[in-house]
Ligand binder design. Structure first.
Ligand code: UDP
Ligand code: MN
Length: 298
């Protein structure tokens, strides 16, 4: 009899406590929604694993399907206040099919993540050797004029395989493309900082942006990694199951044979080579429906 009463008392207490916790959660939830109605970090409509669609799709078809996208490749959620205004910066020259495939996969992910976002294509307009760092720096300064708070530097050939890979600078700097299929989904080096990275203004300007000196293939991402080390910045990454990407096939860009020599003074050179030393003509900006095209002479 005694034990039975005991069990009852315990039962009632547990029930009461759960009710209290439930109520306080409810209050928290409504007060957050009422105060500023901030979008959720992990909205319910995220699906997790995605099988990227690698078939080429026409712009017309995408424009028809991506109803939320406004001119310039822009979107802002209307039902809640987005956590960040993200600029997606994509260096580009002669990879048209990759660009269409990336846009076809990326727009829906960014939409589901409830971010305010704009996609910028940083097109190298001249025939000089490809200079990804310089495109990124100029693209950053152009995008900054549109009041973005988070900047994602994104190779055109990397397609996410999971939509829990948050594009909204939850930390800075972040390395998003940690696990790429062509590298057997393994990170060869902890310092690696290529592919897809996300930065907030403060840290990006602290390292003086990217180097302007690396042309052709290789070195600029290692140089960036040295900049983070010189500034004692940690690189954040999501877990491997989430930070998965597929790389589209392409021919190799000519190699930058000077890269090893250039990397020797990265630790100190960063102060005088980057955003601070950028010399450039104002780029031409065209707002298409699915992206803003920034044509740059390097
Ligand atoms: N890129 C480009 N055209 C080029 C070379 C490079 O558009 O001729 C851009 C593109 O966004 C690409 C990125 O620069 O994803 C990195 O170059 P690449 O893919 O050749 O290097 P990887 O990362 O595969 O070693
Ligand atoms: Mn590539």
């Amino acid at each position: 009899m005694q034990t039975e009463r005991y069990i009852w008392a315990l039962y009632v207490t547990v029930l009461g406590l759960s009710f209290l916790v439930f109520c306080s959660n409810l209050t928290l939830l409504t007060s957050e929604q009422e105060d500023n109605n901030i979008c959720q970090k992990y909205p319910k409509n995220l699906v997790g694993t995605i099988y990227p669609n690698l078939t080429d799709t026409s712009y017309k078809d995408m424009e028809f399907r991506f109803t939320w996208v406004q001119t310039g490749g822009h979107h802002t959620p209307t039902r809640c206040k987005p956590r960040e205004r993200v600029a997606i910066l994509i260096p580009f020259r002669n990879r048209n099919n990759h660009l269409r495939i990336l846009l076809n996969n990326l727009h829906p992910i960014l939409y589901r993540q409830q971010l305010g976002y704009t996609i910028y294509i940083l097109k190298q307009a001249d025939e000089k050797p490809f200079n990804k760092g310089k495109l990124f720096n100029i693209g950053y300064l152009e995008a900054k004029k549109d009041n973005h708070t988070c900047f994602v530097f994104h190779d055109v050939d990397l397609i996410p395989e999971n939509d829990n890979i948050l594009y909204g600078c939850v930390r800075s700097p972040m390395h998003l493309s940690r696990a790429v299929n062509t590298l057997n989904y393994k990170l060869p080096d902890k310092r690696l900082l290529g592919g897809v990275t996300a930065w907030k203004t403060k840290e990006f300007e602290q390292v003086n942006g990217w180097s302007n000196l690396f042309v052709n293939w290789g070195g600029e991402d290692d140089d960036m990694s040295y900049r983070t080390i010189a500034n004692k910045l940690s690189i954040f990454r999501f877990r491997i199951s989430v930070a998965r990407y597929q790389m589209l096939k392409h021919r190799r860009t000519p190699v930058n044979t000077a890269r090893h020599r250039q990397l020797k003074d990265s630790y100190t050179r960063y102060k005088i080579d980057g955003l601070s030393s950028l010399v450039y003509q104002s780029p031409r900006t065209q707002r298409y429906r699915l992206f803003t095209m920034v044509s740059i002479d390097t």
